[in-house]
Ligand binder design. Structure first.
Ligand code: BJW
Ligand code: ZN
Length: 245
């Protein structure tokens, strides 16, 4: 694909860029997305799994799902899309990653500044006393328990729960202050994360979507680049090499 000249022009003068990522950026690492025809939630009902009441009702089932996903994450590695974002740090004063993903792949790729809006699947905490548990957990009858007797849960954000306030505030600040805002591999339907697209737009950022198909964000972006992020983002890096040479 040819990178549109309007985007190249913006990148020439940009100082701060933001990548707002979702499950699609990790799809090429073998991690299933949530929605759409390849989404894991086509087979499993989200409301049965990703909310606190469901967890309290059936913690074994929810843990089975997270342990399954954790095993996929542990076997996966960052793909050329994650790595291209790291490479961009050579060309801009500020590169910030705001991710909805819980898979840690931006960190493993080496991105310096990452805000995690929906938590991290590799961390856990006690639902009762809030104590953190970050190593391997002991499962008894399919459930890990805290020393206080409470249930240990994954440190992720479920429906109806607040996002980590510090991560969201830092993300809003980044969205307000960037020159180019990339929206990569997200359906942009889950709020309040998706509201960052509008925040960036109203503060004058140039909006670039990278996705294999149209999304809720497509109608307000300046340019949509349709294709796999693992191919398109490295292509943008190649353009940057030419621009900055
Ligand atoms: C590729 C590709 C390739 C594929 N290259 N692209 C009505 C209106 C507005 C809001 C609400 C509403 N009703 C309820 C709400 C609130 C609710 C919400 O937004 N619901 C909507 C779904 C309607 N939000 C919340 O509850 C949030 N909290 C909140 O609002 O708190 C305030 C509050 C408190 C108390 C009471 C009431 C309110 C919390 C949201 C938490 C979301 N959590 C999850 C699970 C995290 C843990 C886990 O991973 O298990 O986060 S849900 C799930 O969706 C996960 C994701 O981070 C998130 C976003 O999904 P994402 O990343 O966009 O993935 P997909 O699958 O949707 O899209 C993948 C994309 O990739 C697709 O576009 C593909 O085309 C593309 N793709 N391959 C490029 N190779
Ligand atoms: Zn506890």
């Amino acid at each position: 694909m040819d990178i549109p000249s309007g985007l190249i022009k913006k990148l020439k003068s940009a100082r701060a860029i933001v990548f707002f990522s979702g499950a699609g950026i990790s799809a090429e690492s073998g991690i299933p997305i949530f929605r759409g025809k390849d989404g894991i939630w086509n087979k499993l009902r989200p409301e049965e799994l990703a909310n606190f009441n469901a967890f309290m009702r059936n913690p074994q089932l929810v843990w089975k799902w997270y342990n399954y996903r954790k095993s996929i994450v542990q076997e996966s590695k960052p793909n050329p899309g994650h790595l291209a974002i790291v490479e961009m740090e050579k060309y801009f004063e500020k590169v910030i990653v705001i991710t909805q993903n819980v898979d840690n792949l931006h960190r493993r790729a080496g991105s310096k500044t990452i805000y995690e809006l929906h938590g991290n699947i590799e961390r856990n905490f006690c639902a009762k006393c809030k104590k953190h548990y970050d190593g391997e957990l002991d499962f008894e009858d399919g459930i890990p328990k805290c020393t206080c007797g409470g249930l240990i849960r994954p440190d992720v954000v479920w429906f109806g729960e607040f996002l980590p306030a510090d991560q969201f505030q830092l993300s809003e600040k980044a969205a307000r202050n960037c020159d180019v805002f990339f929206i990569v591999g997200t359906s942009a339907v889950v709020y309040p994360a998706a509201s960052l697209v509008q925040v960036a737009k109203s503060n004058g950022a140039y909006l670039v979507e990278v996705n294999i198909e149209e999304t809720e964000a497509s109608s307000i972006v300046d340019v949509s680049l349709f294709g796999e992020s693992g191919k398109i983002l490295p292509q943008i890096v190649e353009e940057l090499k030419l621009i900055r040479a």
